[in-house]
Design a protein around this ligand. Sequence first.
Ligand code: NAD
Length: 516
Amino acid sequence: MSVIPAINPATGATFAETPTTAPEAVEHAVRAARLAQRSWARRPLDERRRVIRRFQDLLFARRDEAAGLVSRENGKPAVEAMLTDVAVSLDITRYYLRHAPRILKPRRLSHSNVAVLGKRGRLHWDPMGVIAIIAPWNYPLLLPLGEAVPALLAGNAVVFKPSEFTVRTGLFTRDLLHQAGLDPDLFQVLVGGGEIGRALVAAGPDKIFFTGSAKTGRLVAKAAAEQVIPVNLELGGSDPCIVLADANLERAASGAIWSRFTNGGQTCVAAKRLIVERKVYDRFLEILLGKLASLTVGPGDQPGVDMGPMIRESQVRELERQLAATVALGARVRMGGRRRPDLGPTFFEPTVVTDLSLDAPLWREEVFGPVLPVVAADDEEEAVRLANDSAYGLSASIWTGDRGRGEAIARRIESGSVLINDATCHVGIAEVPHGGEKESGLGRTHGDVGMLETCRPRYVGTDLLDWIRKPWWFGYHEESAGDRDAIMRFLYSPSPLARLRAIPRALRLLVNRRPV
Ligand code: NAD
């Protein structure tokens, strides 16, 4: 039997091994989930909420263990794991527990068209069925829970494939949900790499929530399209961070540094392209480099550490390729630029690069490591142009002393969200829909919209006045042609008088009981 090692990136040491799921077991998992889902969906929402509330209490009680595990498996400082994975997961769970009754409540549709007079319409939000969640390793608790909690509350079952790098956190999540009383078939974890992800898509879930790179996202979307399965894609990002001359430069530098270097620079929503108004470029760069020099890099389980290692050697090599190619095109490394083998196998220094060509990989590609390119813009116009000069459109930030100006610029940025005088943190605000434009993906998670993405809207319309004739039913007699035209005039004529005059004949057709 093959196993997947759980590796602590800070040391490279294996601390656990997990047997992989056999590919032929994947279909069985989806089938079992589908069976369990039918009775789960019939249970009253309050019963489903009770289970999720118990899960929330368990996660809170075991928060230190959860943060420690995320830190050990992913490498980020334990403080960061507590703040960005555990706390945000608790917050999102609380949000959905509180708001699920409102979000899932059937909506009355008012029918204003006289042709459907007497019809009562309701929109119900029914669960999709089996939701497949395929997740990356960078926020191994938060990302799947932000999708699984609303999906389960809405009455779905979940089959979850965590990243092969963070399997233990996936199993921890599963165990807590099962301990909370969830039927084990309603939340299952598949252990393996891309081949198990492929098998999960092939097994025909009712919806797929994929979070990962744009490259894999395309493959998943293609395979899903073959089976007409809807897909939510949360893909890569290369967020611009615009610093205008009127900004509080100290604060902007602190915000940009946290956004770019949190999680070892391996965050989808992060200030990955810094664009600074030329008037303050030199001063801002000086502040930025000064602050960055005081960042403490080290193993995530040590107190006072700001930034941990990168997840794997292959990621470091990819970062080095992007950096070297950018330097070969004329860029200057202003700080960092090297590994820190003294700390461990995958540590990399916080790095700042200037004078880069806009054809360079550090500008064109998604960069998933602690490297920050900085460019100057002559004015606001050029800053906006540079911000939109990317295949990605996940998020953006603008730093300015004039909030109105910031909000006006925000409307011109091509991305799923824009923060003024802040960056990245909206992913942790439960009510904010998260997702991107362009190659950053499709659909949204979090917020009311995120929960509705796990549902299918079902229209139920009831005729209350069943003696009214349907103008479109058979019985296309010549003599009723004028009556039908009266309905057209009543509904669409631009003249109020013509509309008024049409009423008697329009009503004649509606009450005339001669359907075929
Ligand atoms: P990845 O694309 O390599 O893998 C993501 C997941 O897909 C893993 O679980 C992997 O095993 C699985 N997978 C691989 N091949 C597959 C296939 N053919 N079919 C189905 N599943 C397959 O991404 P990663 O390296 O784990 O994560 C980093 C990427 O994720 C970055 O691009 C980052 O920007 C992105 N990300 C995006 C968001 C967001 O919300 N937009 C959040 C976090 C990370």
